[in-house]
Design a protein around this ligand. Sequence first.
Ligand code: MG
Length: 266
Amino acid sequence: MTLAVLTLALGFGALSAAAQSPAAGASKADAPDPKATEQWEPVPPIVSPGATVSAPPADAIVLFDGRNLDQWVSTKDHSPARWKVGDGVMTVDKASGNIETKQVFGSYQLHLEWRIPKDITGEGQLRGNSGLFLASTGPGDAGYEIQILDSWKNKTYVNGQAASIYKQAPPLVNAMRPPGEWQTYDVVWTAPTFATDGTLRSPAYVTLFHNGVLVQNHFQLTGETVYVGKPTYRAHQRAAIKLQAHGDPSAPISFRNIWVRELDGG
Ligand code: MG
């Protein structure tokens, strides 16, 4: 079926956004379509990483050392974080939702390790989905997300694979280790700044190393990362660092060894 015939079949007089994306459904021609912001090509080349070093330097603020969640609260009500801690790691509790740091930050260097379960199931965005929000600007998934996902032989839109700035920038390469192995993220986050009237003064930037491999090089964000539509900035102050309890049905992922170094004096 050609697009023109399809358009007629759907009862439209002219091409519309829905006709170009038939999956969106004929009855909601103007409804925001999450697929509109998916990028599928080019696929980042695969680079096999080397060993990574991760011990916190002397001036780091340790956010998780394997023992407890004292530095973390539930995003939705700021009650104590209820993810599971054991064997030196924390594991997402999807029922209790996102967690975030008690402390708020401006610009910083961050180290974080995460592990997809060895027996992970599912595909695309439904396979080990979590996320690192560099600044939590509100409830739920509000903020700026570096995607966490199993991107070892798992096809999805490239601006939504592991180490992407969600729906803004695919990683330069795919440095993923297989499920069951620990992954490292080392981030340099330059927080955005806002004038007193709320307008953007300077945008946010992210540099990211995934397993020691450069995957985001001083990328300038166009706003908060959003599932649907165009990113925009909303004025905010210093903010918590947030971890995502994504609702996908696959087994929950784990984290360990999280530390941060403030770059703007705290
Ligand atoms: Mg995510």
